[in-house]
Design a protein around this ligand. Structure first.
Ligand code: CP3
Length: 358
């Protein structure tokens, strides 16, 4: 699986950084690194087995040995260039006292915040105590992973996490959260501020435990009206990046403000991220000309193209590589792998990317 040999992390002298980290620092390698959002998950039979053993999704997240095991499964099976910590963006609300349950076929469910007054009842004081098992997962992973495989930590962006806290789960239209943004923007700001502070604490603890880079998932950024985008997407992300850089000036941060169209460029300029993860709607030539001169680009194969596989997948993959592979680029999907994905298609995709040369 690993062809290069590099000295283990922590040994003195000439340690070469993982390919992903070099690319996020602006280098263009002989080929892009590849990892996939949701690379651990239900499309893998070995994941379903461990999840059943854990009893529930949340138990899996809070059991370091099992969470580390499912993080490593796709690395062993496919030889990805990076591992992403197995956890969930909703562990922060859970830690703050809004107990989360992930139901089969329904997704996450939590008791919704009644109004901005309820923010005062959240419990940021117990954050680290509650999330300590996640930090232990990171420590196990950094020990077990080959030095050339980067370990990515993550958190949800404040707006996206707030939508789940306000709506009580996944929502078709985010009507209630969007109404807060209009009717009580200062109340929403109190929740966002709490999530900014918690996310900085949480991500710093992941980095101290061994994460090499972090990604901020703003899955619902595209739902924000233009008038609220700067306040509830850009400013919180910029504050998180600044908070992380205060302790780790060189930490690579990847932002994923999904579905924001031309505002991807504002996001890059305003937040100072090292990498920008783009969704499948983003035009490749625009990304090459408008984003890549500023930052490493990550993306953006449509997850359904990966489900379909075959010539369509090969053509789409080559087009992405040929357009973006000559600059700082990380191959990924434009959103997470879906459970219907045949594992063989993932294997073929990884071989295609790892066999491509600039
Ligand atoms: O492999 C990885 O990418 C790391 C683990 C990871 C999970 N969730 C595991 C998970 C990561 C990075 C996330 C992020 C996440 N979680 C996001 C942002 C990215 C995105 O997909 O938009 C969001 C919005 C969530 C919230 C969440 N958690 C939802 C909406 C769901 C249900 C989705 C579904 O497919 O059922 C979850 C549960 C969840 N998180 C699963 C996994 C593997 C599936 C649950 C299961 O195994 O039963």
């Amino acid at each position: 699986m690993q062809t290069e040999s590099s000295p283990s992390r922590g040994s003195a002298g000439t340690k070469s950084e993982p390919l992903l980290i070099r690319v996020l620092k602006g280098e263009t390698g002989p080929r892009p690194p590849v990892w996939l959002m949701r690379q651990a998950g239900r499309y893998l039979p070995e994941y379903r087995q461990v999840r059943a053993r854990a009893g529930s999704f949340m138990r899996l997240c809070y059991t370091p040995e099992l969470a580390a095991e499912v993080t490593l499964q796709p690395i062993r099976r496919f030889g990805f260039d990076a591992a992403i910590l197995f956890a969930d963006i909703l562990l922060i609300p859970d830690a703050l006292g809004q107990t989360v349950e992930v139901r089969e076929g329904q997704g996450p469910v939590l008791p919704p915040l009644a109004d901005a007054g309820a923010v005062a009842g959240l419990r940021p004081d117990r954050l680290h105590e509650h999330l300590a098992p996640v930090y232990e997962t990171v420590r196990i992973l950094r020990r077990e992973l080959p030095a050339e495989v980067a370990l990515i930590g993550f958190a949800g962006a404040p707006w996206t996490v707030a939508t789940y806290m306000i709506e009580g789960g996944t929502s078709a239209d985010h009507a209630t959260a969007l109404r807060w943004a209009v009717e009580d923007p200062d109340g929403l700001q109190r929740l966002i501020d709490l999530l900014v502070a918690s996310s900085i604490e949480y991500l710093l603890a992941q980095v101290r435990a061994g994460a090499d880079a972090v990604q901020i998932f703003d899955t619902w950024a595209g739902r924000l009206p233009a008038s609220a985008f700067a306040r509830f997407c850009l400013a919180p992300a910029a504050a998180i990046v600044a908070g992380l850089r205060a302790e780790y000036p060189d930490l690579p941060v990847i932002g994923f403000p999904r579905g924001v169209g031309e505002r991807y460029r504002d996001y890059v300029v305003e937040t100072g991220v090292a990498g920008i993860s783009i969704d499948p709607t983003v035009d490749l030539d625009w990304a090459r000309d408008g984003l890549q001169p500023l930052v490493a680009v990550q993306g953006n194969l449509d997850p359904q193209v990966l489900v379909a596989g075959g010539d369509g997948m090969r053509a789409a993959t080559c087009r992405i590589l040929d357009t973006l592979g000559h600059g700082p680029f990380v191959f990924n999907l434009g959103h997470g792998i879906v459970p219907q994905t045949p594992p063989d298609h993932v294997g073929e995709l990884v071989r295609l990317v790892q066999g491509w040369r600039a």
